[in-house]
Design a protein around this ligand. Structure first.
Ligand SMILES: Cc1cc2nc3c(=O)[nH]c(=O)nc-3n(C[C@H](O)[C@H](O)[C@H](O)COP(=O)(O)OP(=O)(O)OC[C@H]3O[C@@H](n4cnc5c(N)ncnc54)[C@H](O)[C@@H]3O)c2cc1C
Length: 429
């Protein structure tokens, strides 16, 4: 078995393969020099300096998955041979391939060109180290560091919050009039837009950068369309992440927003599952039978939990007993924890079950035709967990599990049985 991408989803796939009894050769090809590490702390504790490099390792010391870890970047996939080639010219063929290449931070056209060294994005450890060195320079200024964050989504908001706690003067600029509407809906979005003020962060909504000023290779200010000028020491561009799928163009796989997959994570080609190839984590858009479309979740819990289902499909064994799937994410920002589960976009009504404007705590239940479809909580973990359980029971989805015909023989009759993908091989070309 071959896993491409050594992030959380790739690691979860490798773990699932071993847990499900796969005893054959398992190779993980990952583009970074690091073993799998956790990304959520990069905008939180790690950026703040309260979590170390070791703290964010995803593998416990001593965990031995009997994996051949290869640091290299896949540049093409040959579906017929079920093989990849890499940037160093190597080729890896396998009976089962897990695509887990994640996503990369988007850059705004015009800002990235001749990229001044204080215009940053945040996806990797190196990005976080660079950002931190700008927020807390070795030679401190005699005034707070001025950070402008472009984009008021989850990562932008978390960095704004962390930077404010480090003593920076933070301004968030977003082109949307109601930046959080897309995440939380029209009733709750405006409500959560009050959070940044708690940390002294200024948000300028409905704004676009019309020009930038540079000096000695550094960006020194941005000017907004309404003429306002924002002097800055560092600009973080946090406008979302694009799936890492450019290397798959021409492979025959269906690529839309990520690798289009069925509800078990089987990659599609012309709408049909491809034998022996699954996609998991941020690079994959699985079919969602509530949304009735392919959906790229881009959240940590998806990358942790869903690879097991895809790998079970690949191996032709029953899926392990896991919680039925329900979208979930959390975000720590401005002194609160936001948690959301379910399908808020399907709701026709939202009601606040708990509402304490002083502490910002709230619990909101989204309903469709009277039935709960999603829950949002701010620093109310107990109520949130109760609602998440209810929603998991009513909406949680355990898809039927067709298996690949040609990758392996029929699944064992009872329970996960060791299954060996026999012809995994590595050829150096
Ligand atoms: C700063 C930050 C904060 C976050 N905070 C939260 C949060 O609070 N809550 C939450 O739910 N989610 C959060 N997330 C999202 C969560 O971390 C991701 O959903 C998760 O990391 C996805 O894991 P993945 O393995 O699919 O992708 P990734 O973690 O991106 O891993 C993919 C790996 O594949 C490698 N790769 C890419 N292309 C190739 C190639 N061609 N060949 C070989 N290797 C390749 C990449 O280098 C990378 O190492 C956050 C993300 C970031 C960046």
């Amino acid at each position: 078995m071959l896993v491409v991408g050594a992030g959380l989803a790739g690691l979860s796939a490798a773990r699932a393969a071993r847990e499900l009894g796969f005893g054959g050769p398992l190779t993980v090809v990952g583009g970074e020099i690091h073993r799998p590490y956790d990304r959520p702390p990069l905008s939180k504790d790690y950026l703040a300096g309260t979590a170390s490099r070791v703290d964010i390792d995803l593998q416990a010391e001593g965990e031995d998955l009997r994996v051949d870890w290869v640091q290299d970047t896949a540049v093409s996939l040959d579906l017929g041979r079920r093989a990849i080639t890499t940037a160093t010219g190597s080729s890896y063929a396998a009976d089962g391939i897990v695509l887990a290449t994640g996503s990369s931070a988007r850059m705004v056209p015009g800002l990235g060109e001749g990229r001044p060294e204080n215009v940053l994005t945040l996806r990797t450890i190196e990005d976080a180290d660079r950002l931190r060195s700008h927020l807390t320079p070795l030679a401190p200024r005699n005034r707070p560091t001025r950070l402008v964050v472009l984009g008021a989504g989850l990562i932008g908001s978390e960095v704004a919050s962390t930077a404010a706690a480090l003593g920076c003067q933070v301004t968030v600029v977003d082109r949307e009039a109601q930046p959080l509407l897309r995440l939380y809906g029209p009733d709750l979005g405006p409500r959560l837009e009050a959070l940044p003020a708690r940390s002294g962060v200024t948000v300028i909504a409905d704004a676009a950068i019309s020009s930038v000023e540079t000096s000695s290779g550094q960006l020194v200010s941005v000017t907004l369309a309404d003429g306002r000028s924002l002097p800055l020491d560092v600009l973080l561009v946090a406008v979302g992440a694009a799936p890492e799928t450019a290397w798959l163009v021409g492979s025959g796989l269906d690529l839309a927003d990520g690798i289009s997959c069925d509800a078990q994570g089987r990659a599609l080609s012309d709408g049909q599952p491809v034998d022996g190839v699954v996609a998991v984590g941020d690079c994959a858009g699985w079919w969602d039978h509530h949304l009735l479309r392919h959906h790229r979740a881009q959240h940590w819990t998806d990358a942790l939990e869903r690879p097991a289902l895809a790998v079970a499909s690949l191996l032709g064994v029953p899926a392990p007993r896991r919680r039925p799937y329900l979208p979930y994410f959390w975000s720590d920002q401005h002194g609160v924890r936001i948690q959301m589960a379910g399908y808020a976009s399907l709701a026709d009504d939202v009601r606040l079950e708990v509402d304490d404007p002083e502490t910002a705590q709230l619990v909101a239940v989204y309903r469709r035709q009277g039935e709960p479809v999603a829950v949002l909580a701010v620093s109310r973990p107990r109520e949130f967990t109760r609602w998440r359980k209810v929603l998991t029971t009513t909406l949680g989805h355990v898809p039927d599990q067709p298996t690949f015909a040609s990758a392996v023989a029929a699944p064992a009759a009872a329970g996960p049985t060791p299954r060996h993908l026999t012809t995994s091989s590595k050829e150096l070309s």
